[in-house]
Design a protein. Structure first.
Length: 94
């Protein structure tokens, strides 16, 4: 019985569309960090404006929450893209 483990070639596991998606995600890693920072600044500005204006009502509060959720999604995209880049480098070494 042969128990040697051979790694499959990553190029064989991914379709061309998946490879292009992976490349695009890795290229956009920095953009996701910028989008996160911008979303946080917008949410903070909206919160400050609403507090100064004295109208932190339902609609403005919901908008601030939505912007914060968008920032969280962009942060997750940034982390995932960084991980994809590391995996891509690891695959290119083998």
């Amino acid at each position: 019985m042969n128990l040697t483990h051979t790694r499959p070639d990553p190029a064989e596991l991914l379709t061309p569309q998946e490879c292009s998606f992976l490349d695009r995600q890795v290229r956009n890693t920095g953009r996701y960090a910028v989008f996160t920072a911008v979303d946080l600044c917008v949410a903070l500005a909206l919160a400050i404006w609403s507090l100064v204006d004295g109208a932190l009502g339902g609609t403005r509060f919901a908008l601030i929450i939505l912007v914060l959720l968008h920032a969280r999604a962009n942060l997750k995209q940034h982390k995932d893209a960084k991980l994809m880049g590391k995996l891509q480098q690891l695959a290119s070494r083998s």
